[in-house]
Design a protein around this ligand. Structure first.
Ligand code: HEM
Length: 222
């Protein structure tokens, strides 16, 4: 049965992606990493994949047009930007030459390509990717940070985990509330909203595919 038209869009998109969220959370790579069963090399490889994704989200030729776009523009906030933090973490994890010979996993390449495509051609689809990453980073990302600090000995909120630290967001709960209000006010019709929900599901699937490839690269040596 269709949800009533009065259900806020932020609720619809969260509910629609709930099952896939559980899947992503429970992927063997995530479970092994958060269970402290993998080395810091796995964490580094994971962080490298994120760099490719955030470069597509934040950089590239479409960034200026997106910032001015009536649909995607309001979501793009400088305090969310993660590329610089990822680069600091990767310098810490891999040294100044971390970029040399860095290649995305095939699943990461596909994920970043889809984000770039939405950024270029479909601002509402870009919002689906924006939501899937940044709201997740502001939520479960904090659990990942705590575990990473404990498991691999990073300084609390320091180099290695800066990606998870939103220095310019003093009150994440309030920020998320405002973000959901933006989602609820998304200036598109119901059909387009359904397409955004479908794209969010695709974003979760793209993340899960990256976890699967990471899991193959770092099988548990039990
Ligand atoms: C082990 C890994 C993960 C953990 C422990 C985790 C945990 C959480 C928690 C506790 C929340 C709820 C926060 C709240 O209600 O305010 C949340 C929300 C969220 N997570 Fe995750 N998460 C994980 C992985 C992921 C992944 C891989 C993605 C997608 C790339 C993701 C995307 C999201 C999104 C979009 C939300 C916001 C849902 C909403 O309120 O609309 N999470 N996560």
């Amino acid at each position: 049965m269709d949800a009533p038209a009065t259900t806020p869009f932020s609720t619809l998109i969260r509910t629609a992606s709930h099952e896939q969220h559980t899947q992503a959370e429970n992927s063997s790579f995530m479970s092994d990493m958060l269970g402290g069963r993998l080395g810091v090399d796995a964490y580094r490889r994971y962080t490298e994949q994120l760099w490719f994704v955030y470069r597509a989200l934040e950089g590239g030729p479409s960034a200026a047009a997106l910032a001015a776009d009536p649909v995607a523009g309001p979501f793009i906030r400088p305090e969310l930007a993660r590329t610089a933090e990822l680069e600091r973490d990767l310098t810490h994890l891999g040294g100044p030459g971390w970029r040399t010979a860095l290649r995305p996993l095939p699943a990461t390449e596909a994920y970043a390509a889809r984000v770039a495509e939405c950024a270029r051609d479909w601002p509402a689809g870009y919002v689906a990717h924006h939501y899937t990453r940044y709201l997740g980073d502001l939520s479960g990302g904090q659990i990942i940070r705590g575990t990473a600090e404990k498991t691999w000995g990073f300084t609390r909120k320091g180099d290695g985990v800066r990606f998870y630290v939103f220095e310019a967001i003093g009150n994440p709960a309030a920020f998320k509330r405002e973000y959901r209000e933006l989602l609820d006010a998304l200036p598109v019709d119901d059909l387009e909203k359904q397409r955004v929900i479908d794209e969010c599901k695709r974003a979760f699937a793209l993340n899960t595919a990256v976890f699967q490839e990471l899991g193959r690269e770092f099988p548990l040596s039990a």
